[in-house]
Each structure stands twice: as C-alpha cells, then as structure tokens.
Design a protein around this ligand. Structure first.
Ligand SMILES: NC(=O)c1ccc[n+]([C@@H]2O[C@H](COP(=O)([O-])OP(=O)(O)OC[C@H]3O[C@@H](n4cnc5c(N)ncnc54)[C@H](OP(=O)(O)O)[C@@H]3O)[C@@H](O)[C@H]2O)c1
Length: 427
C-alpha cells in the first residue's frame, strides 16, 4: 500500500466524530474549554456526525455552558455517516486526529478506523470493548504502521486511569514491580448517578459475543509472557476487600485486557519485565451485593438470547436498579460523582535480585478524578489527543494500533491529566 501523508498541515487538528452523542457532546465541550489553553488559541477543530442539525445544537449548548457565543459560528460542522465510506474519507482527509465517539464500536467502529488508516488521520477512541480493540489491532496494526498512523483505543475512563495507573506505579516503584491489583470505587452525591444507555448497549453485545473474543485471541497466537516473582493469585468472584473496606468483585470492563496488551508491548518492544495485573471494583455493603447478584443473574440469563437482549436494551433502568439509563446522568448528578482507583503493587527493591526469593517491596498509588463516563472520559480523550499533537517524538517509533500505556508511557500525559483533574499520586 502506498504511504499516505500524515500531516499537521490539515484544516483541523481535531475532528470530533459523533459529537451529537451523549458522550460526544461533552468531548466537544472539553475541546472548546481546552482549545483556549493552547498558546495563541491556535487549535483548529470541527465537529462531525450524521446530523448537521444535532451538531448545531451541540455547539449552541457548549456556547451557552462555556459562555463562548463564538462557538456557534466559528466551529465547522462536517457531515459524515459510518454507512457512507466517501463521507468518512472526506472527514479523515481534513483531520490530523479523529476523536471517534461513535459507538457501540463493534457495530460502527471499523469503517472509521479503516478510513483513518487509508487517509492518514490518527484515530483516538473511547471504546471499552476488548473484542473491537483487539480486533482492530489484529486487522490494522501493520497497515497503520506502514501508513504512519496511530490508532489508539480505550482513551476514556476505560482504560486510561487503569493503564496509565500501572505505568505510573511501575515508574514510581524503586526496583522491579511484579504485580499490581487495582480497586475501583465510585461515589455519588445526594442526587445519585448513572451511566448512559450507549455504554449499556456496548456491554450487552460484548458479553453476548464473548466466544468470538476467545477465538480472536487464539489467532494472535501469543506466547505467555514470562513472569517475575510468584504468579498473581486471582481473588474470588465476591470478597470483602481490606484494601477498600467493602465488598468487591472482579472488574468486568476492558481494563485487564488493555493493561495486558500494554504489558506485552513493553516486554516485547522494550524488554521490560511484566507487571501482572488484577482489576477489582467495590460494590459497597450487603444491600448493594444483593442487588448486584440479582441484576447479574438476570443479565446472564437474558444476554444469551436475542429476545432477552431486546428486553435488556429496552429497560436499562429496570434491569440495573437505575445504574444505566436512556437519559444519562444530569449535570447535577455528574457534579456530585467521582472515582478513586487504589493500586496495590508488589515487587523487588533495587538491592534484591528479582530472580531469587519473594518480593520485598510494596507501593500504593491513588488515581482519582471526577465523574468517570462524561467528565473524566472527555478529559482523558482530549489530553491524549493534545499529547499526540504536541509530543510526536515521544510516541512509539512506528504507527500502529496501540493501547494508551504503550502509546503514552514516555509522554507527559500523566502530568497533563494531573493538571486537568485526574490525579495520580503515591499514597
Ligand atoms: N471509555 C469510557 O469510559 C466511555 C465513556 C462513555 C462512553 N463510552 C463509549 O462511547 C460510545 C458512545 O456512547 P454514548 O453513550 O455517547 O452513545 P450515544 O449517545 O448513543 O452516541 C452515539 C453516537 O454515534 C452516532 N452514530 C450512530 N450511528 C451513526 C452512523 N451511522 N454514522 C455516524 N454517526 C453515528 C450517533 O449519532 P446521532 O446523534 O446522529 O444518532 C451519536 O452521535 C459507546 O461505545 C460507549 O461505550 C466509553
């Protein structure tokens, strides 16, 4: 394939595709907020999607929220539809980076990745679906490398805090870090909180298609990564965690898959030693556990059949005790919500040989931030994009399909996140 030009000499540094979606509107707002932080206000950006009318509304709303009336007239609108390849190509030719917010990615994502790779635009998404993320790596990694295009997935709450959290923990540990377990807790204010239907649908189809993910992984034919120190023990399906003082379950999102891929990159490309990783999420007290068990059983029962999936999709509030909703959280709910990731790491101190004896060092790291889905996700996505624009020489040498940890380990992304409300610190 002929090399395509990846140039900063395009009309827009950033194009937000799917800016009319629930998450996309907040990504657009975050770009508008951050554009003024760029020296000289020189960031050029546009919103894109299939409905000009909806995109006009998004700009109108952002103009009101941020008191920037100029957004209504100064930000360009590009009309592009996933089902119309020419419109995607035209969009990609105008962008240095496409921020893709159109999901579920398993249905809509691939044509956008393909158009980016073929037309020389970098691609950043906020996907939390391992099958899509790993599938894109399988299919487009070498083409993206040939084209000099970076396709960086899972740059939202899934999975920047977890993936960069492991990078940060390793960098802060004095010696050889061998294992990390993360414990996620989310707190809501008096108005509660919820997650928008878009993520619910992505989760339903992801679980229903679990078998395809396993067969995709077999195609990679990966050798197991060498472990240093003893093997990290998996905890149970439900346990009381002393680390966060509440009942806890394995985290079902994309974090373990993303962190594992980052570790493989570091072992294979940088001859680093593997950090084994386990991800857990706090549930709370006994009542929350009972609700989770009931909701979990209904989910497993229904997700296998198309009739059941239709029910789950039709009534998200009912089947999740209000955790997911078609309306998404209100701004007030978002203001009252925050997350905390506690990372507990173990390893060998600098003066101990990692090939002998048991790990003798521990570290605890905290990554905390605002509401995960629609405040932290836009911050993480936009900072990932600005890092790409500003620090191209700190990215991996070749283009390709990367995780955040693989792409950004040598950049200042963590410093940037610290300055924008997602804080990384040693406890
Ligand atoms: N990583 C994270 O932590 C995180 C956080 C939040 C969301 N997400 C993910 O982000 C994705 C979007 O979630 P959401 O809640 O924002 O969903 P949503 O509100 O349903 O938004 C979907 C967007 O896709 C657009 N779209 C659908 N079909 C299209 C097509 N054929 N051509 C062009 N655009 C099309 C929609 O356009 P219209 O407006 O015209 O319908 C809309 O802009 C999901 O996959 C979700 O899991 C991830």
């Amino acid at each position: 394939m002929a090399r395509v030009e990846v140039s900063t000499n395009r009309p827009y540094h950033l194009v937000i595709f799917g800016a009319s979606g629930f998450t996309g509107q907040f990504v657009a707002e975050e770009v508008a907020r951050t554009a003024s932080e760029v020296p000289g206000g020189s960031l050029k950006w546009a919103v894109a999607g299939r409905s000009r009318q909806k995109l006009e509304k998004v700009l109108e709303q952002a103009a009101g929220v941020l008191s920037k009336p100029e957004l209504r007239t100064e930000v360009d609108i590009l009309v592009a539809d996933v089902g119309e390849p020419d419109s995607l190509a035209a969009m990609c030719k105008q962008a240095v980076i496409v921020l893709n917010c159109v999901g579920p990615y398993r249905f809509y994502g691939e044509p956008v990745v393909k158009a980016c790779v073929e037309n020389g635009a970098h691609h950043i998404d906020i996907c939390g679906e391992p099958q899509f993320l790993e599938g894109m790596q399988f299919k487009y990694n070498s083409q993206a490398a040939d084209s000099g295009v970076y396709v960086i997935g899972s740059c939202g709450f899934d999975s920047i805090p977890a993936d960069m959290g492991v990078v940060f923990t390793r960098d802060q540990f004095m010696g050889t870090l061998t294992t990390v377990e993360s414990f996620l807790t989310v707190s809501t204010g008096p108005d509660g909180g919820c997650i928008h239907d878009g993520t619910w649908q992505s989760a339903i189809y992801g679980f229903a298609d679990g078998q395809k993910l396993l067969s995709l992984r077999r195609k990679f034919n990966h050798k197991p990564l060498p472990t240093v120190g003893s093997k990290l023990k998996r905890r149970g399906m439900l346990f009381f965690s002393n680390e966060i003082q509440q009942y806890t379950v394995p985290f079902m999102g994309s974090d373990p898959s993303v962190v594992k891929r980052s570790q493989r990159f570091m072992v294979e490309e940088h001859q680093a030693s593997q950090v084994q990783y386990g991800a857990y999420a706090g549930v709370g007290g006994v009542v929350s556990v009972a609700k989770l068990i009931f909701a979990g059983m209904m989910f497993w029962l229904l997700v296998k059949f198309s009739f059941g999936r239709n029910l789950l999709i039709k009534y998200p509030e009912l089947f999740t005790f209000g955790t997911f909703s078609k309306a998404g959280p209100s701004r007030k709910q978002m203001d009252g919500t925050s997350f905390q990731f506690t990372f507990c790491g173990e390893g060998y101190s600098e003066d101990q040989d990692p090939s002998k004896g048991n790990p003798n060092g521990k570290i605890r790291v905290l990554v905390q931030g605002p509401e995960p889905g629609y405040v932290a996700t836009p911050i993480a996505m936009v900072q990932a994009a600005l890092t790409m624009l500003n620090e191209p020489s700190s990215l991996p040498k070749k283009g390709g399909v990367y995780t955040p940890g693989a792409a950004f380990a040598k950049t200042t992304l963590i410093d940037r996140l610290n300055k924008h409300g997602i804080q990384f610190s040693v406890m």
